[in-house]
Structure formats: C-alpha cells, structure tokens
Design a binder for this molecule. Structure first.
Ligand SMILES: *Cc1c(COP(=O)(O)O)cnc(C)c1O
Length: 354
C-alpha cells in the first residue's frame, strides 16, 4: 500500500445529516474525495480532501469536446463490520480501456486501488448496512486544458467520490424496444464508459418515458433487429428457466462486471449460457409461447433490474411475475450475498480493506 496520499480531513463531518433509512440516490456525498491531477506527462501528488466544489475554466476542454470517462462501483460492510470492495481490479482495467479509447492517459493501479481503499476506509461510517444498500463509488477522469482548440488535452483530473445508496430500482420496469436511436455502432465507443454515451441516451429515454416506459432496450445500429443493452445495464433473457442468453461483447456493448459475474455464477450452477446475437423477434416469439421466463438488466447500481414488460412496435408483452422469477432472484441474492460477505466468495471477487 502506498502511504504517500496526503490526507486533509474534513473538520465538519456531514454524516449526521444523512438519513440512512431513506437515502435519495446520488444526492448525498460522503465527507471526502480522492484527487490526483495529470500534467507534464505524469500523475502528480495524490490527496484526499473534504468533498466539495472544484473550480474550472469556462474553456475546460472536457466540457466542449467530451474527454470524460467514469466507473461505478460499490463498497460494502461484511458481517464483521469491515469494508470491502467487489472486483475492483476489473473496474480499474475497464477504466484504462475507456481512457485509451478516449485518447486519455492511463491511471496507475496504485493510484486507482490505493486511492479507493484509503478513501473508503476513511469514510467507512458512510457505508449503509440496510438490506440492498451500499456505498457507491464514482471514479472519473476529465480533460482540464484551458484551451478551445480541438486536440487531446494535456492535463486531466482524476477524482473519486462516494455516495451512500439504498437499492436503485425498487420495482420491476417496463421497457420499450428502441428502433430509431442507437447507443453505439461499429467502431464507436460503446464498450467505453464515456460520458458522451450517456449524453446521447437522454433524449431517447425521455421520449420513452413520455410513452409510459421506464427505460429502453437499445438495438444494433445496422438493422435495429438485435437487442444490445437495456438503458445503462446489460441485458439477459432466460428461456424456460434453463437457457440464459445475453448479447455477445461485439465492441458496442459495455463489458459489465455484473454481467460477467452472472455468466460465471450461472455456468457454475449448470445453466447453459449463450453469448450471441439476440433477435428481438425471436424473444417476442418466445414470450408469445410463454417460454420467456425471465428478462433483466445487470449493473452495479441495481445488480439486477427485472423487466416486467417489453414494448415492441406498439404492443406490450407482459412477462412472468417478477416475484416468482427463478434466475434473477437467485442471481441477486447470490451476488449481493458475496458482496456483503454472507455467501462464500469462491471466485475471489472480494477485496477486503481491513
Ligand atoms: C456501467 C454500465 C453497465 C454495467 O456495468 P457493471 O460493471 O455491471 O456495473 C452496463 N451498460 C452500460 C452502458 C454501462 O455504462
């Protein structure tokens, strides 16, 4: 562990203002943030400071040209009350892939992992323990050149802050198959966690909401026939509680860590998992024949976001009762159990911090 992170403690903890029973998602921040800046071709001295506003120039290049990437991960308390992370090295590797795709510098493993660890240990009282809750961690990097010319920035900031969160999608969602807009097409940055991928998703989501849907299922840019992701989660379809399908990682899909965890757990449990192209028409046919037993999205925020109904070309196909779903209920319980130390961690996914 590097001990060189300068720590400037927050003299006025805000923790007494947080109602841990009723946390509004993404609006409450813990007492500290980790920060390190990149200039002259290298990462400078890292520090942990009180969470607070940062000052930026109007010409900040990230605001104009979008060199901005992030990660989303969580810290939990195990039954001994000690903080732990779930697969943080996978987030680290994905972060550097996103940086590469956006022409940004790689961060070192030491800065990323030690920054996270020391921040979480310092703010561990902010880790909620109510069922389904966690401390959400947001590492991100953005271009900080004070320059409006178009080129990759020379300066960057890397920051991590934390928000305590309760469960994210409390109820099953109704989704619409999106056949006008696309999230990513071949050669774009669909497999990077880039801010711009989110920016372009806002209008399609707003339109779907106006039509009474909670979220959209993205389809491929070439034909709009194949399912890609659901909102900001990876997508799974289950046929007759036996065969599990998920779109293959074709470069347009974000390689979710929850997705990978689900695949590994399902295979170990004896399920047949197929990573392949998934035609919407094939899934609608399966639903009509009552063979589509479960559909859900996966991601760090919700772990599992159950899909209650799919809207396709104006018709809503209602799926089986979410309460009785075998695969998604089992996956949620197992993954959350591993994350919180209540289930055996046979794959070595947990990193204990103390
Ligand atoms: C982050 C993200 C996911 C989920 O990834 P996890 O590692 O499971 O949290 C899925 N799709 C998109 C577009 C994402 O940005």
């Amino acid at each position: 562990m590097a001990s060189s992170i300068k720590i400037n403690k927050n003299p006025q903890s805000q923790i007494h203002l947080c109602d841990f029973e009723n946390i509004e998602f993404g609006k409450i921040f813990s007492d500290h943030m980790f920060r390190v800046d990149y200039k002259d071709g290298k990462w400078q001295e890292p520090s942990i400071e009180p969470y607070g506003n940062i000052s930026i120039a109007p010409s900040l290049s990230a605001l104009h040209y979008g060199q901005s990437i992030f990660e989303g991960m969580k810290a939990f308390k195990n039954p001994e009350g000690k903080p732990q992370l779930f697969r943080p090295l996978d987030n680290f590797n994905r972060f550097n892939h996103s940086a590469y795709r956006m022409g940004m510098p790689a961060i070192t493993e030491e800065l990323f992992i030690d920054g996270l660890s020391q921040l979480v240990v310092l703010d561990q009282n902010w880790i909620p323990t109510k069922e389904g809750s966690a401390l959400y961690l947001r590492p991100f990097m953005f271009a900080t050149d004070d320059f409006v010319g178009v080129r990759a920035s020379n300066n960057y900031s890397f920051i991590i802050f934390c928000c305590p969160v309760n469960s994210y999608y409390p109820k099953p969602i109704k989704v619409k198959v999106e056949q006008k807009f696309v999230r990513a097409a071949n050669g774009m940055a669909g497999n990077a966690k880039a801010a711009g991928n989110y920016g372009i998703s806002m209008l399609p989501s707003m339109e779907a909401k106006k039509e009474g849907y909670d979220q959209i299922i993205w389809t491929d840019g070439a034909t709009h026939e194949y399912a890609e992701e659901s909102g900001t989660t990876n997508l799974f379809f289950v046929l007759e509680d036996k065969i599990v399908l998920t779109p293959k990682l074709d470069g347009n899909i974000l390689p979710g860590i929850t997705r990978d965890s689900c695949i590994q757990l399902l295979k170990a449990q004896g399920y047949e998992v197929q990573e392949r192209d998934i035609s919407i028409i094939e899934m609608i046919e399966a639903a009509k024949q009552n063979k589509l037993s479960d559909v859900f999205g996966t991601g760090t925020a919700a772990i599992i976001a159950k899909i209650a109904a799919i809207g396709y070309k104006g018709t809503d196909y209602v799926l089986p009762d979410p309460e009785k779903r075998v695969v998604s209920n089992w996956l949620f319980k197992t993954i959350y159990g591993i994350q919180t130390g209540k289930e055996a961690d046979v794959n070595n996914w947990v990193m204990k911090l103390q």
